[in-house]
Design a protein around this ligand. Structure first.
Ligand code: PRP
Ligand code: MN
Ligand code: MG
Length: 178
């Protein structure tokens, strides 16, 4: 698995620092508010687990499972809800947590969908952002890192369901996905 990684893009140490920074901001901004944190499965699983343990106010945690990529390296734009929320978000503040925004198609679909359920506010927190590839405009309130247009894996992010369990974010070697 490690042999398929060309370069470490964000180390474990830098992930930890950034997650702490983001969680501190979220703690301040949502103090006294009725916050529902929504992790977008599967990719955000690792990030959201680390993030919520550093958020210092009461929150509710929920998940949605969404898929647009399938086994391809390109977003299809066709977004499927594989698992819906358990929580009713009407009148509540929602923070959507993603591992990466690429074309933006997943989040543009998701935020429209959540708006229609009457959330009081919807903000986005993403660990990684690949602005070069954006097709849909997304307002990101909490961002970890801007990254170049490379195929990244690890810390929850997969290629073909592989590499999610790498503890850092790395760039995949060409041979590994071609
Ligand atoms: C990946 C990633 C984001 C989305 C970003 O999910 O985790 O959710 O793609 O791409 P976009 O901005 O171009 O829509 P994927 O569909 O691979 O599902 P997964 O999280 O289960 O891996
Ligand atoms: Mn995803
Ligand atoms: Mg994926």
């Amino acid at each position: 698995m490690l042999n398929d990684v060309k370069e470490v893009l964000v180390s474990e140490e830098n992930l930890d620092k950034k997650v702490t920074e983001l969680a501190d901001k979220i703690t301040k901004d949502f103090a006294g508010k009725n916050l529902v944190v929504i992790g977008v499965l599967k990719g955000a699983n690792v990030f959201v687990a680390d993030l919520i343990r550093k958020i210092n106010i009461p929150i509710a945690l929920d998940f949605m499972a969404i898929s647009s990529y399938g086994s391809s390296t390109e977003s299809s734009g066709v977004v499927k809800i594989l698992k819906d929320l358990d929580e009713d978000i009407e009148g509540r503040h929602v923070l959507v947590v993603e591992d990466i925004i690429d074309t933006g198609l997943t989040l543009s679909y998701l935020t429209e969908n959540l708006k229609s359920r009457g959330a009081k506010s919807i903000d986005i927190c993403t660990l990684l952002d690949k602005p070069d590839r954006r097709k849909a405009h997304i307002d990101v309130k909490y961002k970890g890192f801007d990254i170049p247009d490379e195929f990244v894996v690890g810390y929850g992010i997969d290629f073909n369901e592989k590499y999610r369990n790498l503890p850092f974010v790395g760039i995949l070697k060409r041979e590994a996905y071609e």
